[in-house]
Design a protein around this ligand. Structure first.
Ligand code: PLP
Ligand code: COI
Length: 340
């Protein structure tokens, strides 16, 4: 298989049109058999549910080339599960979880030429999504939907890769209590656009959202969960009903506890505790583990002892173990790696 002639080492996190995508349509109460197509465009009626009431959910996962040349995905079954949860919350039909995993496999296989080579630092980002396709004007769920998976090769989410970033405590809220923060709805990201544009203008890489009800607890950033390391080496990660249950974070918790023998606490984290942590990072599919060197909070700065030059020692150990598993360099726990 001849790879595309791309500058793999220097890819940013952006969309590039690739050769194939997977499409399945839902009509009259059922999903069609689905197929791979080369058409990157969707034609819809102007009143389609997606345009009027933002009925849309999505997922994000990656395909990697391992050292021995295999193409693998990391825990796609968990993306299938989470997409089913998102669909239920948005009154959308569930795309069957086993079909989701098969569709990921099919679309990655079809786009093999676009999967970045081992060691390039790039990966194939896979974006499954579902939209409401038939006209809706009264506020109600649509009857017809499209499930689609596009893929695009990507580099690091934050410029500079593993260099620590500075984030700011946002004055905006990401998700209401009992709202949609715990699912991957497009609407959660629409409302984060204004805060992220402002944060970037002010020179920050991301927003840290606190719990909207009391503004005392750490939630997550616009596109990743938070992990902290205490001075005695315990991993602490916020628990909340209004944050996205990150697959990366759940995997890190397992790796820390069962492989690295670290103590892990998944609990409410007060913002007032943050100044006492030794290391801080963001975790997610796009972010992988991105170290945070500094948090800006209304004129005050929390500077982590790990500094602004490189990832702290504990975070580095976790990063190396997690990415080692994802890239097939280290043995993975049962069922984590899906060979394509
Ligand atoms: N939190 C938010 C808001 C996200 O958009 C993402 C990205 O998917 C994550 C957390 C990380 O989740 P995962 O590790 O499953 O990619
Ligand atoms: C992901 O990590 O897959 C996401 O969807 C997050 C987004 C900010 C790119």
């Amino acid at each position: 298989m001849e790879k595309k002639n791309l500058d793999w080492q220097n890819l940013g996190f952006g969309y590039m049109v690739t050769d194939y995508r997977y499409v399945s349509n839902y009509k009259d109460g059922k999903w069609d058999e689905g197929k791979i197509t080369s058409d990157a465009n969707i034609t819809l009626n102007e009143c389609a549910g997606i345009f009027q009431y933002a009925q849309c959910c999505f997922e994000g996962l990656k395909a990697y080339t391992t050292e021995d040349g295999k193409i693998v995905c990391f825990r796609p079954d968990l993306n299938a599960q989470r997409m089913a949860d998102s669909a239920r919350r948005l009154e959308m039909p569930v795309f069957p979880e086993d079909r989701f995993v098969k569709a990921v496999e099919e679309v990655v296989k079809a786009n093999e030429a676009w999967v970045p080579p081992f060691g390039s630092g790039a990966t194939l980002y896979i974006r499954p999504f579902m939209i409401a396709t038939n006209p809706v004007i009264g506020v109600k769920p649509a009857d017809e939907y499209q499930f689609r998976i596009l893929v695009t090769p990507v580099g690091p989410y934050f410029k500079g890769g593993a260099k620590p970033i500075t984030i700011k405590v946002s004055d905006f809220d990401r998700a209401a209590p009992h709202g949609t923060g715990n699912i991957k709805a497009g609407l959660n990201y629409a409302m984060s656009l204004h805060p992220i544009v402002k944060a970037h203008e002010e020179g920050f890489a991301e927003n840290l959202y606190l719990d909207p009800a009391t503004r005392t607890k750490v939630e997550e950033t616009g596109g990743a969960n938070m992990i902290f390391i205490t001075k005695d080496g315990t991993v602490v990660t916020p628990k909340s009903d209004s944050i996205l249950p990150s697959i990366t974070r759940r995997s890190i918790m397992y790796v820390c506890e069962h492989i690295l023998g670290m103590k892990v606490e998944h609990r409410e984290v007060l913002f007032s505790e943050v100044k006492d942590f030794a290391e801080c990072g963001l975790c997610g599919t796009a972010a992988v583990i991105s170290p945070v060197g500094k948090i800006y909070d209304h004129g005050e700065e929390i500077c982590f002892p790990s500094g602004m030059e490189e990832m702290g020692p504990q975070m580095k150990k976790i990063y190396e173990t997690l990415t080692g598993i994802q890239q097939g360099k280290l043995e993975a726990p049962e069922g984590w790696i899906k060979v394509i």
